[in-house]
Design a protein around this ligand. Structure first.
Ligand code: S3P
Length: 458
């Protein structure tokens, strides 16, 4: 799927982005392991969320009918690259998911390996759930996921008493669960996926389970657990979280729009000097640091919370017309709070007059692709200048002249390049934009509806 983006258009309007992928994974797991009925609205149709849903359908017979009905009606968008994939797919409403859980006792030995597709969150979160289940199961993934680090989740689960093996640190991940006890784990790398896996395992462990991180990471798991009445305690600086064994009941909630998807639209508005409003976006502070960085770069936004859903603040996000983009430096301690937004911030930085630095961002090398190398190569191919060296990325500003690049099978790279192209001086061509379906089905349609000039090339 190759797109041609013709710069120069002004965007305007209002938009709802698909539901938050991070929250969707967690609520799917929590509803499938709840005792009783749950109803979740606005689950996104993204492929990653589909991976978690299909693994849970294989693990929990009582929720299978509900998950299958959801996936038949509105489930994940078609596989990228398939002939049914539609670049102008809707971002719209999906039918609710209704499931009947039987508690964690409802988890049964699956009849096959659990395919996590491209989704690191599916694999790591489910490893935590399976650590408490008294059988052996195997988590597998696609070629990209099979190269990503899994010892970081295996090691603490082993310390809790599960037997977890990886193949040289990677998937397949084999989990032989049961008999867990609480631990205090000082995470060497700040990652919400590992923190959440340990907390899910902690629900099934004897005693207290504590995770200490050097820096605060997204807190969706602890918010949901607290909203469901679990005994969770969180330190004042939010870097230490403890949980004790607990069986939660079913719940109802509406998944807020994904702020990491909203970030691409905010950046597109900023690069084109446009005014755009996003409705119903998740406004959890652990996900909004990109707005502070954009403010440093001269982009004015306003976020207004109007309600909560299962402990998550939700509201509108307004982007004011931007007059000029400034360069910035992202410090090492900011990286965990921007982990998914660095690609799009790099796209914005390409428009600033000076150099922007992204320091100690080595974690980006083990995402769906090596995003540091990919950003440097892609921005250069689009007529800009950027270099990745070791753990750092520097994006020289001055704008993009135009060119052609490939998304490398990575959803956030695909969207970052499309957004960057909106303010190039000549048209750009981006290959592999179907990868956007992993987190933002309907991305191209959404940008086009706001007024971007995007053509699908044969
Ligand atoms: C996620 C956490 C982040 C993020 C990913 C989703 C989550 O990964 O990059 O897209 O839902 O917990 P890490 O926790 O590994 O940094």
């Amino acid at each position: 799927m190759r797109l041609r983006i013709t710069p120069g258009s002004n965007l305007s309007g209002e938009l709802t982005v698909p539901g938050d992928k991070s929250i969707a994974h967690r609520w799917l797991i929590l509803s499938s392991t709840a005792s009783g009925r749950s109803l979740i609205e606005d689950l996104p149709r993204s492929l990653d969320v589909g991976s978690t849903a299909s693994c849970l359908a294989a693990l929990v017979p009582s929720v299978r009918p509900g998950l299958e009905a959801w996936s038949r009606n509105d489930g994940p968008a078609a596989k990228p690259g398939s002939s049914t994939w539609n670049a102008h797919d809707r971002t719209g409403v999906t039918s609710p998911l209704e499931v009947q859980g039987q508690g964690r006792a409802g988890i049964h030995l699956p009849s096959h390996d659990l395919d996590c597709g491209n989704s690191g969150t599916t694999m790591r979160l489910l490893a935590g759930v399976l650590a408490g289940a008294p059988f052996t199961s195997v988590l597998v993934g696609d070629a990209s996921l099979s190269t990503r680090p899994m010892e970081r989740v295996a090691e603490p689960l082993r310390q809790m008493g599960a037997s977890v093996t990886t193949r040289g640190g990677h998937a397949p991940v084999k989990v032989d669960g049961g008999g867990l006890h609480g631990i205090t784990y000082r995470a060497p790398v700040p990652t919400a996926q590992v923190k959440s896996a340990i907390l899910f395992a902690g629900l099934e462990a004897e005693g207290v389970t504590t995770v200490e991180e050097m820096v605060w990471t997204r807190d969706h798991t602890e918010r949901a657990l607290r909203a469901l009445g679990a005994p969770v305690s969180i330190s004042a600086d939010r870097t230490t979280v403890s949980v004790e064994a607990f069986q939660h009941e079913g719940f109802e909630g509406r998944v807020p729009g994904d702020p990491s998807s909203a970030a691409f639209i905010v950046a597109a508005a900023a690069l084109t000097g446009s005014e755009v409003t996003l409705r119903g976006v998740g406004l959890n502070p652990s996900r909004l640091h990109f707005l502070d960085v954009l403010a440093r770069m001269g982009v004015r936004t306003e976020a207004r919370v109007d309600h909560e859903s299962v402990g998550e603040p939700v509201g509108d996000l307004w982007v004011a017309p931007t007059e000029g983009i400034r360069s910035t430096t992202i410090a090492a301690e900011e990286v965990p709070l921007l982990i998914d937004e660095i690609p799009v911030l790099a796209a914005v930085a390409s428009r600033a007059p000076g150099d922007s630095w992204f320091l100690d961002a080595g974690e980006l090398r083990v995402k769906e692709s090596d995003r540091l190398a990919g950003l440097a190569e892609g921005l250069r191919a689009l007529g800009g200048n950027a270099v990745a060296e070791g753990e750092d990325l520097v994006v020289a500003g001055g704008g993009l002249r135009g060119g052609r690049t490939y998304a490398g099978g990575d959803h956030r790279m695909a969207m970052a390049f499309v957004v960057a192209a909106l303010s190039a001086s000549e048209p750009c061509e981006i290959d592999g934009v179907e990868a956007a379906d992993v987190s933002f089905p309907g991305f191209v349609g959404a940008l086009s509806a706001l007024g971007a000039r995007i053509e699908v090339l044969p």
